[in-house]
Design a protein around this ligand. Structure first.
Ligand code: SAH
Length: 229
């Protein structure tokens, strides 16, 4: 299992293809919407590009660090696919093609504003959690060689700041996109991932770090910060 990371590397290999799809979707969206794209859609693209830019350097570094133990199975692979569909492929379909137009919903401008307001802490948390986790980050259930238990920065108070960030971003999605399918796909897909992955991730950390992790879990909150000494 020790050979250099597998899923992270596979992700890196798919990287150029993903970037190409992204560029085509962006160009098609600009072309479709002409000079006046809706504010919510602009905000969605800004957030999407920001999360991509935050993640790329971490994904590049992570691909170079060998994996010590991988717990990626069929369930985990399906969850990753589901979340990619909800957070990327459905929005691309809505924005770049007319296929999801029938699912458009009329939302007040306040909804768009609320979505943008959620993105601000969401993106900040996303950026900080990647910085705090540094070389210990992986996109899936893996432990790196020389994996360290991070309990500083955001991780001093919450065990899953990156998932907290993703919650904020996926809840913002329907408020920004005003489309039932492309909007709700993300929170539904992420809800499934969160519910199924978090217990497994914590069990993996618990097996690996033992009492160190158990004590860490007692003094932190899952996605709601706990401020104890
Ligand atoms: N659940 C965390 C991390 C997501 S990245 C969050 O939401 O912020 C997923 C990987 O991070 C896991 O596979 C695990 O290897 C690693 N990880 C999770 N918590 C960690 C911690 N406190 N210290 C070090 N690595 C951690």
């Amino acid at each position: 299992m020790a050979e250099g990371s597998n899923l992270t590397r596979a992700g890196m290999r798919r990287g150029p293809l993903m970037l190409a799809i992204m560029a085509v979707a962006l160009a098609a969206w600009l072309w479709r919407r002409g000079g006046t794209p809706p504010l919510g859609e602009i905000a969605w693209w800004c957030a999407f590009l920001a999360t991509t830019l935050i993640r790329i350097p971490h994904a590049k570094k992570a691909a170079a660090i060998p994996t010590r133990a991988s717990h990626v199975d069929r369930q985990e692979a399906w969850l990753m696919l589901l979340v990619t569909a909800g957070m990327m492929l459905l929005p691309f379909l809505q924005l770049a093609t007319p296929l999801l137009d029938v699912f458009t919903i009329a939302l007040p401008r306040a909804a768009t504003s609320a979505g943008i307001a959620l993105l601000v802490p969401g993106l900040w948390l996303f950026w900080r959690s990647h910085a705090d986790l540094a070389r210990n980050w992986s996109p899936t259930l893996e432990l790196r060689q020389g994996h360290r238990l991070v309990d500083t920065g955001l991780y001093a108070h919450i065990r899953h700041p990156m998932y907290a960030a993703i919650w904020l971003i996926v809840i913002a999605q329907p408020l920004l996109l005003h489309n039932l399918v492309a909007g709700l796909g993300a929170p539904l897909a992420f809800a499934a991932m969160y519910a199924l992955r978090v217990p497994r991730e914590e069990a993996m950390m618990d097996r690996h770090f033992g009492e160190l992790y158990a004590a860490y879990a007692r003094r932190t909150g899952r996605i709601w910060p706990r401020f104890t000494r």
